[in-house]
Design a protein around this ligand. Structure first.
Ligand code: NAD
Length: 466
């Protein structure tokens, strides 16, 4: 299958593209549930009808195995869309709240209204999920959207743009392709909400641009997600679950375990279990495995290979610049001040730091910015509870990795340096709609107690009522 060449949107046309989305919103046609349903149907059909083409684009950009592409990009997004379709009426209808005596007779509601025009700027690692899943929420809430896929995954950007133009409302759903220049122009426009997923450095650029228009933002950022393995942990299960979460998409996952904090009493046994798990998943030579992805580009390949110097390679370590292959790698004897322990790794390199106990792990985590995810492997409930209570993270999976993202009843997002705002499930609608408080009065009675002149008698009654 050939994929057309990536062509960035002409910068000069961007203001008019955003205006077209605004005109569509202002016309009122994105508000009825019928429009929202039609768009969600269209988005679902887009994914279902074209899954082969989309998987080919993911393979071209990231060497993404089809099973991973299906589960984490296409299937995940279809699941989110289905949930929005099922609950659309329930999650958008007015919520009745009680009315205090001073406002009676009357009724009070929180009425949901769309925000207007929403910009969604996404990264390259899960380029379908991270573009369409927030877009589905914004559309379900009745907004117009302007989508900006990542130029670092150019095949997916090209395919998804063509499909969006074919399947979705050509006015209310716009796509802008490109990198820094195009996104800078996009961010100069006025939006009613900006939803950005990517690294924290650009998160700051986005927030600064948003401030000019006083536009609220959701920032889905990254960071170093710690993974604790204590002395009581089921080491075999821990190794399999950590290896899966780390080497999925060759480690290019925002909530991948970034580094290990392993009790030194079990460290060498645990390395043995990790070695066995990696062999079980990817065979003797992971390079030959069809189930292992590649690094997205030369820049990230070079950044990652330089991190291999940060410790002793105990598993993996092989690289191939031509195919942007880096083997599933584990580093031991890692110094906490080494580069691999300073920046988010975002690749298949797993450094291990040995600790004496869980308290030391907690202190280490608390000396760093709040991570996006945190994992703890233990059979000791008290240790697990201590980790949950005494640390802060965007989300936690206990005795597993990645999986908290799979539950749409758990809002997904970061805290502090790992982001602000959360989505998935009901939260995906909530962040894109304003719950407008409306108090509706009856005119049948109009007691004069509320009005001047404020007599002694009225004051007594007012004191009782208010
Ligand atoms: P990226 O390079 O694709 O950048 C993200 C988006 O920002 C792209 O659309 C890009 O065009 C745009 N951009 C780049 N430079 C810009 C600039 N100067 N001005 C305006 N826009 C600009 O992706 P990335 O940032 O390398 O993505 C990886 C990071 O994202 C990691 O830190 C990862 O943890 C994080 N991430 C977070 C989540 C999450 O859900 N919280 C998901 C995936 C990735």
């Amino acid at each position: 299958m050939t994929i057309a060449d990536f062509t960035p949107t002409a910068v000069a046309t961007i203001p008019a593209i955003v205006q077209r989305a605004r005109d569509a919103f202002d016309s009122g046609r994105t508000r009825p549930l019928s429009w929202r349903r039609a768009q969600l149907d269209g988005m679902r059909k887009l994914l279902e009808d074209n899954s082969e083409q989309l998987l080919a684009a993911l393979a071209a950009d990231l060497g993404k195995p089809a099973a991973e592409g299906w589960v984490t990009d296409i299937g995940f997004t279809i699941g989110e869309i289905k949930l929005l379709q099922k609950n659309l009426r329930k999650w958008t209808r007015p919520e009745r709240v009680s009315t205090p005596i001073v406002a009676l007779p009357g009724s009070s509601h929180r009425v949901a209204e769309p925000l207007g025009v929403v910009a969604i700027i996404s990264p390259w690692n899960y380029p379908i999920q991270l573009l369409l899943s927030p877009a589905a929420g914004a559309i379900a809430a009745g907004n117009s959207v302007v989508l900006k896929p990542s130029e670092i995954a150019p095949h997916t950007s090209t395919v998804i743009t063509e499909l969006i133009q074919r399947y979705l409302d050509p006015d209310a759903v716009q796509v802008i392709e490109g990198g820094v220049a195009e996104t800078t122009e996009l961010l100069a426009q006025r939006f009613d909400h900006i939803f950005y997923t990517g690294n924290g450095r650009i998160g700051r650029v986005v927030m600064e641009a948003a401030a000019k228009h006083l536009t609220p933002v959701t920032l889905e950022l990254g960071g170093k997600s710690p993974t604790i393995v204590d002395a009581t942990a089921n080491l075999r299960v821990a190794a399999r679950r950590i290896a899966w979460g780390k080497f999925l998409n060759a480690g290019q996952t925002c909530i991948a375990p970034d580094y290990l904090l392993v009790d030194k009493k079990v460290a060498s046994t645990f390395i043995g279990e990790l070695r066995a798990a990696i062999k079980e998943f990817y065979g003797d030579d992971p390079k030959q495995s069809g189930d292992y992805a590649r690094i997205v580009n030369g820049h990230h390949f070079n950044r990652l290979t330089s991190m291999l110097e940060s410790g002793s390679v105990v598993i993996g370590g092989e690289t191939d610049a031509n195919t942007k292959y880096i083997a599933p790698t584990v580093l031991a004897d890692v110094n906490v001040s080494a580069p691999v322990m300073q920046d988010e790794i975002f690749g298949p390199i797993l450094p291990m730091v040995e600790i004496d106990n869980v308290a030391e792990a907690i202190a280490f985590i608390n000396s760093k910015p709040h991570p996006l995810a945190l994992y703890v492997f233990s059979e000791d409930d008290r240790a697990i509870d201590a980790v949950i209570e005494r640390t802060t993270a965007g989300g936690v999976t206990v005795n597993g990795t990645i999986l908290h993202i799979s539950n749409p009843n758990l809002p997904f997002g970061g805290v502090g340096e790992s982001g602000m705002g959360a989505y998935h499930g009901k939260s995906s609608i909530d962040i894109f709609q304003h719950r407008k408080p409306v108090l509706r009065k009856s005119t049948k009675v109009d007691p004069s107690i509320a009005y001047p002149p404020y007599t002694e008698k009225k004051m007594k009654l007012i004191r009782k009522a208010v």
